[in-house]
Design a protein around this ligand. Structure first.
Ligand code: V1D
Ligand code: CA
Length: 471
C-alpha cells in the first residue's frame, strides 16, 4: 500500500495483550492492544500492510545475547523462582524486571517484530516498518534491566547492518537508551542518539553529555541530557537541531526511532510535559528524512495516552495526516473519559531546562559531530545471511480475528486482579496466522521435495534402463 510515496509494514501480534508483568507493575503490554484498537477504528489498518511477525528464534536472540542468558529466559517460570535465586540475581531478573508467565514468548514477539521490520526495509518491502511491541532499549547481552529482557532494537539494527553501512538510532524515551548505546559504543557503523532526563538518580543514571563512545565508536554516541518539565517547543527545537547536525555529518543509510511515550505529560514515571503533537512532530521530522525507517515503541506508563500517541504517530507515518480529535467508539472506549479527545494538552509544569544550558549542550554535541570521519567506509565483506528466509511468496496478511477484551477489563485500575490465568488456550499457530513460513520447516520441506523428485527421476531412469535392456 502506497501513501504519499511511503509503503508501511505494521507488525502486531494480538497475543501481546495477554502478558502481565504483575498487577502493580507500571509496564502494561495491553497498551499495545489499545493502540491497535485505535488504529483499526480510525481506519488506519486499511492503509498499511499488516503482519503478525515471526517470533524470534533462540538462534535469532543469541546474535546479540549470551546463550546461557537466553537459555535461562527460556526455562524460567514464576513457580521456579525460589530455587533459582543466584541465577536470577546474576541475570538481574528481579524487581523492575520480574519473571512473569509467558515472559520468553513476550520477548520473542517483541524481538520478532523488530527483526522482521528490519528485513522488510532491507528487501525494499517497506519504506517504514512499525513495531509498537519493540523498543526495549535497556536489555544488555547478559542481563535484564528496566523492564527489558531482550534488546529487540540491537537485533533489529544488526539485521539492518547486513544491508546498510551506517545506521542511525534515535531514542526519545525519557530514559537513556543505555542498552543500545552500550552494544554499539565501539563501532562507527551505528550512531546512537538519546534524549533523556538526566540527574537526581533518574533511571538508569547513564547518558551524560560527555559519554561519546569508545575506540572506533568514539564520537558516534550522542547524549542530550535534559531536566524536568521539558515542553513541546524547546524539545522540538533542540531535537531538530541535533538530528539535522547528526544527519549532515553522519549521513545514515537507515534510521531506527525508539518512540518511548513516557516523555508525555502526565506519564506515571515521566517528568516532562510533551503533548502528543509535540512528540509526533519529532516522528514526522524523522519521516521527512526519507530514509528506510524502523519505528519502535518503548516506555509509556499512562496506557491511554500511549495508545493515543502511537495511533496518532502511525497516521503521521502513513500519510502525514492528522486524525479527528474525537476518539472513535472501540473496545477500550470505557478506559477513556466521556469527553476525552485524541490530543493531549500540556499541564504547564515548570520547565527547568534553561536555554543557555541547552545551547551549551548542543554546541558540545555539534563540536563532536564536526570531528567525525564523514562517511565511515566498510571494506569488502560477505553479507551475513538473513535471519529468517523470505521469498517472493511472502505477502501481506490480514489476520483479523477480533479479540475480546473481556479478560483485560480495568487492567490498570483493578489491582486485585492478577494476570496469572493466561489465555494460552488459543495456542499460536504460525501457519494459521503468519504470512511467513518457519524457515526451518521451509528448508525441510524443500529438501523432502528435492529427495522425492530425485527418487522419482531415479526410478524413471531405472525403468527406462530396464526396458532398454529387455529390448
Ligand atoms: F514504579 C515501579 C513500580 C513497580 C516496579 C518498578 C517501578 C519503577 C519505576 N521506575 N521502576 C523504575 C525504574 N527503576 C529504578 C530502580 C530503583 N533502583 C535503584 C533502580 O528507578 C526503572 C524504569 C524503567 C524505564 C523503562 C523504559 O521506559 O525506559 C522502557 N523503555 O522501553 C521499555 C521500557
Ligand atoms: Ca531516550
Amino acid at each position: 500500500m502506497r501513501n504519499n510515496g511511503k509503503v508501511v509494514s505494521y507488525f502486531y501480534d494480538p497475543e501481546i495483550v495477554e502478558f502481565r508483568y504483575g498487577r502493580s507493575h507500571p509496564m502494561k503490554p495491553i497498551r499495545i492492544g489499545m493502540t491497535h484498537s485505535l488504529l483499526e477504528n480510525y481506519g488506519l489498518t486499511q492503509k498499511m500492510n499488516i503482519f503478525r511477525a515471526n517470533r524470534a528464534s533462540k538462534e535469532d536472540l543469541i546474535q546479540f545475547h549470551d546463550e546461557g542468558y537466553v537459555e535461562f529466559l527460556e526455562q524460567i517460570t514464576p513457580d521456579l523462582e525460589y530455587c533459582n535465586n543466584s541465577k536470577l540475581n546474576q541475570f538481574k531478573i528481579t524487581g523492575d524486571s520480574p519473571i512473569f508467565d509467558g515472559m520468553y514468548d513476550f520477548c520473542k514477539i517483541s524481538a520478532g517484530g523488530s527483526i522482521d521490520g528490519a528485513m522488510h526495509l532491507n528487501h525494499g518491502q517497506s519504506d517504514i516498518s512499525i513495531n509498537w511491541s519493540g523498543g526495549l532499549h535497556h536489555a544488555k547481552s547478559n542481563q535484564a534491566s528496566g523492564f527489558c529482557y531482550i534488546n529487540d532494537i540491537v537485533l533489529g539494527i544488526q539485521e539492518l547492518l547486513k544491508y546498510n553501512n551506517r545506521v542511525l538510532y534515535i531514542d526519545i524515551d525519557i530514559h537513556h537508551g543505555d542498552g543500545v548505546e552500550e552494544a554499539f559504543k565501539t563501532t562507527d557503523r551505528v550512531m546512537t542518539c538519546s534524549f533523556h532526563k538526566y540527574g537526581n538518580e533518574f533511571f538508569p543514571g547513564t547518558g551524560n553529555l560527555t559519554d561519546i563512545g569508545e575506540l572506533d565508536g568514539r564520537k558516534y554516541s550522542v547524549n542530550f541530557p535534559l531536566d524536568d518539565g521539558m515542553n513541546d517547543e524547546l524539545y522540538f527545537e533542540y531535537f531538530k537541531k541535533t538530528i539535522d547536525a547528526v544527519d549532515k555529518y553522519y549521513q545514515p543509510n537507515s534510521i531506527v526511532l525508539q518512540c518511548g511515550a513516557d516523555t508525555l505529560s502526565r506519564d506515571w514515571l515521566g517528568c516532562f510535559d510533551l503533548t502528543t503533537k509535540g512528540h509526533g512532530k519529532c516522528v514526522q521530522h524523522i519521516r521527512d528524512k526519507n530514509l528506510p525507517l524502523l519505528i519502535l515503541g518503548g516506555g509509556g506508563y499512562t496506557p491511554k495516552n500511549v495508545a493515543k500517541c502511537w495511533a496518532y504517530e502511525t497516521s503521521l507515518l502513513i500519510d502525514n495526516s492528522e486524525l479527528p480529535e474525537e476518539l472513535p467508539a472501540h473496545e477500550f472506549s470505557e478506559y477513556y473519559l466521556k469527553d476525552e479527545t485524541l490530543y493531549l494538552t500540556p499541564i504547564g509544569m515548570e520547565n527547568k531546562n534553561e536555554k543557555i544550558v541547552l545551547d551549551k549542550t548542543f554546541e558540545q554535541i555539534y563540536q563532536n559531530l564536526k570531528d567525525i570521519v564523514p562517511v565511515p567506509s566498510v571494506g569488502n565483506r560477505t553479507r551475513p545471511q538473513d535471519s529468517i528466509a523470505m521469498d517472493e511468496n511472502d505477502k501481506p496478511y490480514k489476520f483479523y480475528k477480533k479479540q475480546s477484551n473481556k479478560n483485560f477489563k480495568n487492567e490498570f485500575y483493578d489491582l486485585s486482579q492478577d494476570r496469572n490465568e493466561k489465555l494460552y488456550k488459543n495456542k499460536y499457530d504460525p501457519k494459521k496466522f503468519s504470512p511467513f513460513i518457519d524457515p526451518k520447516e521451509k528448508k525441510v520441506k524443500k529438501e523432502k521435495k528435492a529427495k522425492k523428485k530425485k527418487k522419482k527421476k531415479g526410478s524413471k531412469k531405472n525403468k527406462k534402463i530396464k526396458k532398454e535392456s529387455q529390448k
